[in-house]
Write a protein that binds this ligand. Structure first.
Ligand code: SF4
Length: 207
C-alpha cells in the first residue's frame, strides 16, 4: 500500500497513467456505466484503498458514481420518437445497500478486519461471469479484445505481439510486465500485485 494519500481529484489521472489494465478497465467502466457488480466493486475498491484513498473519499467516490442521473433514450419501433427514462439511485439507497460493504472493507463494520487488496494470482484465478468487469484482462479478455485495448495504449505492434505471445503461453503476469515496461520505458521488478504495479509506476514517472 501507498505511504501517501490519494485524493479524489487525482484519480482520473492516476487511472490513466499508473493503473494496471485490470484496474483501468474497472475504473473507466464505472465512470462510463456508473455501476459495477460486486466482484468489480471489491477488486477496484480494495485496490483504491491500497493506493491511499481514505474511507470518506472512497464513500464519496462510489456514491457520486452510483447516484448519477442517467438518461436513457428508449426508441420505440416504428415510431418517429423516443421516450426518455430517467434512472437515478437515491443517496439513501446507496448508503443502505453499498455504504456498508465499503466501510466493511476498511474494517469499520462486521468483524472489523482491515481487508487487503487482491493479488494478481487471486484476480487471475477469479471467474468473472456475464456482465462482470473484474478479473485480469490478460487472462479473461478474448485475444481480439486484449489486442485492441493494447493498441489503444499506443504500444508498438512489436510490443503487442510480444505481449500476446506471453498470453498464449499463459504467462499473464509477464505479459503485464512487458506492457508496463513499454509504457514506462524502464524495466519492472516483475508484477505480482496490482498495487505493486501502481507503486512501480509512480516511482518511474516521478523519477
Ligand atoms: Fe492486474 Fe496483475 Fe493482471 Fe496485471 S497481471 S492486469 S496487475 S491482475
Amino acid at each position: 500500500p501507498s505511504k501517501g494519500f490519494v485524493g479524489l481529484q487525482d484519480l482520473d489521472n492516476l487511472a490513466k497513467n499508473s493503473f494496471p489494465l485490470c484496474m483501468r478497465h474497472l475504473f473507466f467502466n464505472l465512470r462510463h456505466e456508473h455501476h459495477l457488480k460486486f466482484g468489480g466493486r471489491q477488486q477496484l475498491g480494495l485496490f483504491l484503498k491500497g493506493i491511499g484513498l481514505k474511507l470518506e473519499d472512497a464513500l464519496n467516490f462510489w456514491r457520486s458514481e452510483f447516484t448519477v442521473k442517467l438518461i436513457r433514450r428508449l426508441y420505440i419501433l416504428n415510431l418517429p420518437r423516443w421516450l426518455v427514462e430517467v434512472v437515478q439511485m437515491t443517496t439513501e439507497k446507496f448508503d443502505k445497500e453499498y455504504g456498508y460493504s465499503i466501510r466493511h472493507n476498511f474494517g469499520k463494520e462486521g468483524k472489523r478486519v482491515d481487508y487487503t487488496p487482491y493479488s494478481c494470482m487471486k484476480i487471475i484465478t477469479s471467474t468473472p461471469g456475464v456482465g462482470d468487469h473484474h478479473g485480469c484482462p490478460y487472462r479473461h479478455f478474448s485475444q481480439e479484445n486484449l489486442r485492441s485495448v493494447l493498441e489503444d495504449q499506443q504500444l508498438s505492434s512489436r510490443t503487442v505481439d510480444a505481449v500476446m505471445e506471453k498470453v498464449r503461453n499463459r504467462h499473464y503476469q509477464l505479459a503485464c510486465a512487458t506492457t508496463f515496461e513499454a509504457i514506462h520505458g524502464c524495466p519492472s521488478d516483475g508484477i505480482n500485485h496490482p498495487n505493486q504495479y501502481f507503486e512501480q509506476s509512480r516511482r518511474a514517472l516521478q523519477g
